[in-house]
Design a protein around this ligand. Sequence first.
Ligand code: ADP
Length: 495
Amino acid sequence: MKKKYILALDQGTTSSRAIIYDKTGAVMSVAQKEFKQYFPKPGWVEHNPEEIYTSQISVAAEAIAKMGIHDQNIEAIGITNQRETTVVWDKATGKPVYNAIVWQDRRTSDYCNRLKKENRQDLIKKKTGLEIDAYFSATKIKWILDNVPGARKRAENGELLFGTIDTWLIWNLTKGKNFVTDVSNASRTMLFNIHTLEWDKELLSLFDIPEPMLPEVLSNSELYGVTDTLIFSSQIPITGVAGDQQAALFGQMCLEEGMVKNTYGTGCFIMLNTGEKPVISEHRLLTTIAWKLGDKVSYALEGSVFIGGAVVQWLRDEMIFFKDARQSEKLAASVPDSGGVTFVPAFTGLGAPYWNQDARGMIYGITRGTSRAHITRAALEAIALQSYDVIKAMEKDASVTISTLRVDGGATANNLLMQIQADLLQTNVQRPVNLESTALGAAYLAGLATGYWNNFEAISNQWKLEKEFRPLIPESEAQKIIDQWHNTVAMIPKN
Ligand code: ADP
């Protein structure tokens, strides 16, 4: 018997990665490749879908070769991906009709504002759980059909297909045999009814998108197809798919209602498992499908902070406060507090729960005695305060009290940031040994489908705590920082 492993394909916004896991959930091999970002106009962000696919299979081959194993040693593939990013391609030739329009792309924001003025928000929120925003796929698909010469006609004739990145990868890996997606990716298109689990005819008609363009929607852990032998020497089943944040929630083993994770990367992505019932937010959070396993659907509330670790990058690259993001911790720890400085890093607007597209950044409370250390400390506090706002909104929406926050992502390396987060929330913050929750979640979903792991019990004990941060300051002291933050945010003009 050959030893078997699970291959996770983690197709992110700036790079494609492949990670191989063994039965204990240990990382056996990793390969990563960055690909090109295209910015054709201000606010536009595109990727070349073919480059996404080729970079993804090349890192998969590299990870296998590095480990010295064969394709036959791969039991199954799990896919996780940047969500919402939109590809439209020709069914016959497999050629994209336009570049992939990336989730960050703002080209359809005027159209979204028009939809808001037409009072479409309630309908869309009720069906999809989403706020009307250029972020989601629907308006991006419509843009391609309206702007690429001949595209609408070809779509109406059934010649074009739409997919998020998971669908595009599976279609290519199976050489066009399987045209599928999963519920978590579908729930970010703004076309999918998260209650009936179907593409919504009323929304398809509102956005003028022909239904045959859309893939079949499957659960998160089942057979999506097998790889063609032109790609790997053996036919490898693809058996797990989830959007990146949902995969991270799964990889963090937040399997029970009330469990929450925050990924601290460029932005912060917070997700709360709300169990079998969708909670429609009254605080402008998104309601989304966490996963479907068998017939059981789990829902989640989600809130995103646009500028998280990116504020540290800005202090490093523009303010030249330090050379390496890691130095932010020592600098901020050199002062006991921010010295009255509040930093609102609304560089690209404010996300949940504010949703202020026009907000811009502000540093308030500067005195003659303000130092780089105070501003850096205020920046770390801002990452935690923005996350605090989202988590408090989640608690209100879901009527729960969150007692522990599980964290992952690059900026969780900052112990001071984690301590500040625990202090502000007055809850425990748990940092696991394995910070690659996204890829691990996809691997788990794939391995559960094939019996590589038999059940949740087989994987839940693989989650290992590396460090727990407990609140060290009294609530009243935390509240002062929070009040000052809210007073400062309130100074920003509203859109
Ligand atoms: P992404 O997946 O969004 O590219 P990562 O999870 O790789 O992000 O995290 C990188 C982000 O974390 C960067 O914005 C960086 O500034 C920030 N970061 C990395 N290390 C630290 C640190 N020790 N302290 C504060 N921020 C950090």
